[in-house]
Structures are given as C-alpha cells and as structure tokens.
Design a protein around this ligand. Structure first.
Ligand code: TXA
Ligand code: MG
Length: 344
C-alpha cells in the first residue's frame, strides 16, 4: 500500500502544489490527472518501468495499449512517423480536444505503451491545468482512464480515489470532467480514417475535416476483432446488473412498473421529462434532455457509480437511438450492461 495524496488544484493555480506531482512523475511514479473527458492515470510515457506500474494498479490486461498525452502538437513529430501534412493541419484545428489519433510509432516509444503494435495513440487534452502539468513533466504522459479495469471510468477525483486509494502516488483534483465519456479514437494509419472507439467526436463531425471517415466494423459486430484492443474487454461495468430500455415513454414506464413488482430495489437513470412520473428518490438519477445528450454523457459513469453503492438488485437506464452522440453513449452502455438491452 502507498499513501495516495490528493492535490487540490480546483481553485487558484499553485505551482508549488503542481510541482509535487511533477516530481512524482519524474521519479517514475503514478499521478491521476483531470481531463475534459475522464480522469487519466498518468506515468512518464517514455519510461517502460513506470508505464508497467499503470497496468498493475488498474489490473489492466497488458495487450491493451495506452494513449500518450502531449501538450504541444510539435511533439507528435518525435513520437510518430509518416504523419501527413493534411492530418497535421486538421489536428491543429481540433486539438486540444477529445480526439485521440492512432499513428505509426517512432523508435522512442517503449513497448509497454503500444502492447507490441506498430502504432501509437496520441492526444492533447483540453484542460489547461493538465497541459501545464504535461509541459512541466517534460515528457509525454501515458494515461488510460484512472478506473480499475472493467469499472466505469472516473469523472472526479473522488471516483479515482474509490478505485485507486493506496495503489497510486497522487491525484490532481481539478474538478469534474465536463464531457464524461472518453475521447474518440481515430486510426489515421489506414487510407480512410477509421473510428476505433466512438466518443465526443462523431463520424459526422469528423467528416467536416476528413471528407470520409469509417467505423471499425467491430464497433457494432461482436464477432469481428476490434482494432482497438480495449474494445474487446468487459468494461464500464458496475457490480450491480444493468438493464437498458429503449422505447417510447409509455412503453418504458410500463416495463419499469413490471420490474418494480418483481424486484425489490431498482435504481433508475431517466430523462428530465420523466421527472413528473416518478417520485424524488435517492435511487433515481435524471440525465438531462434526450434531445441534447451532452448531460447524459457527462453524468453517465458517475450515475452508474453512485447507484452501484446503493445495494440495488438492478440499475435500469433509458437508452437512446444509436445515431450521432447517441452511438457513443450506447457503445458505453452496451458494455456496462453486457448487452442487456431491451427494445420495447
Ligand atoms: O478520453 C480518453 O481517451 C481518456 C483520457 C484519460 O485521455 N483515456 C482513455 O484511455 O480512455 P484508455 O486506456 O482507457 O483507452 C484507450 C483506448 C483503448 O481502447 C485502447 O485499446 C486504444 O485506445 N488504443 C490505444 N493505443 C492504440 C493503438 N495503437 N491502436 C489501436 N487502439 C489503441
Ligand atoms: Mg478505459
């Protein structure tokens, strides 16, 4: 067990406090960092031994490669090979932001990062404090989501502490992540850019930059081998069973009514417009509007974590259509529920 230090940097910037975390990274330790998507668990990305500690702390399968987080676009030249000037021009516009690109790796990258692949995943997070931190560390930071493997990703320092207390050196508390689901992973090594993991950036949004973008077929076909190794594992799952219901209000309400009669304790994740049909209860969490899914994305993992602590028989979530951002949200919910999705 190590003592995990929480470094509070939510308010005013404090260089002394930040430097404590910088020194941990320089000494080969682990620091959880805030990003706009979810919290990451960071180590010096050029130090294979430090990176090895990430896999241990998370209990992550070691064939699942990590994302390198950088603070300046120029760093991509030393970490990758053969990146096109067109791709660079687009990344200049999109970064910092919730998009990770997979490119050919350079010799600098330790094997622990890429799990033996010839490519490496890179992104610049849209969080000023974290970019400053990366800059002070002076190296790219390898950082997967800072949850225990299989658990929902953490969107606050508190959630990181739940999973990582005693396993990592420090957590930088920079407040809550405002996007709430992980970055879109886009493979730039094929002729047509391919979405390996859906996220904030949808296909339609990316096609404004690259004329044509495809989905990795494994995203919607269980039988295909995904190009992102992380996509094949059990993921984002609370201990409590999750059921996702997709349908009209009335059909969903009838189904919930039935479940309430069968089961004693059910947690509900519903939309704002459902509020009038339910009482205010601790085991009901409202996820904003079903027309504008950003709030659902923002609180999705946190809500699953909260309800998981309430000793429920089942968590029932209202699902959405798999289009636009809804596709990214349903990608997470399918995994959280082990595909326990019911269309009504
Ligand atoms: O928003 C995010 O991306 C967060 C924050 C912390 O930046 N990070 C994150 O990391 O979600 P992680 O490790 O939980 O997910 C990384 C995903 C995995 O599915 C992994 O398999 C894929 O990216 N990946 C990493 N390197 C890859 C590569 N070279 N080729 C294909 N997929 C790769
Ligand atoms: Mg993850």
């Amino acid at each position: 067990m190590i003592k995990t230090k929480v470094i509070d940097l939510k308010g005013d910037f404090n260089i002394k406090k930040l430097n404590q975390a910088v020194n941990i990274i320089k000494d080969g330790g682990l620091v959880a960092i805030p990003t706009e998507t979810v919290y990451g668990l960071a180590a010096n990305g050029l130090n294979g031994e430090a990176v090895g500690k990430i896999f241990k702390a998370k209990n992550r399968p070691n064939d699942n490669p990590l994302i390198l987080h950088i603070s300046n676009l120029e760093e991509i030249y030393t970490l990758s090979k053969n990146i096109s000037s067109k791709d660079i021009e687009i990344l200049e516009k999109i970064w910092p932001g919730p998009l990770t690109v997979v490119v050919q790796k350079s010799e600098l990258i330790p094997n622990e990062i890429t799990a033996g692949l010839k490519s490496v995943a890179i992104r610049i997070p849209n969080n000023e404090l974290t970019r400053k931190f990366i800059n002070l560390c002076g190296v790219p930071l390898a950082a997967p989501s800072a949850n225990l493997s299989t658990k929902p990703s953490p969107t606050s320092a508190k959630s990181v502490l739940e999973d990582m207390d005693g396993k990592i050196d420090a957590i930088i508390d920079g407040g809550e992540s405002n996007i709430g689901i992980e970055s879109t992973v886009l493979d730039l090594t094929s002729d047509i850019p391919k979405i390996l993991r859906p996220g904030f950036y949808t296909k339609e949004m990316l096609e404004k930059y690259w004329e044509k973008v495809e989905y990795d077929l494994a995203i919607n076909d269980e039988k295909k081998v995904p190009k992102s190794p992380g996509q094949k594992y059990k993921h984002y799952a609370p201990d409590t069973e999750v059921l996702v219901l997709i349908g009209d209000d009335d059909a969903v309400y009838i189904e919930i009514e039935k479940l309430l009669m069968e089961n004693k304790k059910i947690g509900l994740m519903l939309f704002e417009t459902d509020r009038e049909n339910f009482k205010e209860e601790e085991n009901i969490i409202y996820m904003g509007s079903k027309e504008q899914l950003s709030e659902m994305g923002r609180i999705l993992f946190d809500a699953l974590r909260k309800l998981d602590k309430q000793n429920l028989d089942k968590i029932v979530v209202r699902g959405v259509e798999e289009e636009g951002y809804g596709l990214s949200i349903m990608n997470r919910l399918k995994k959280s529920s082990s595909n326990n999705i019911r269309r009504l």
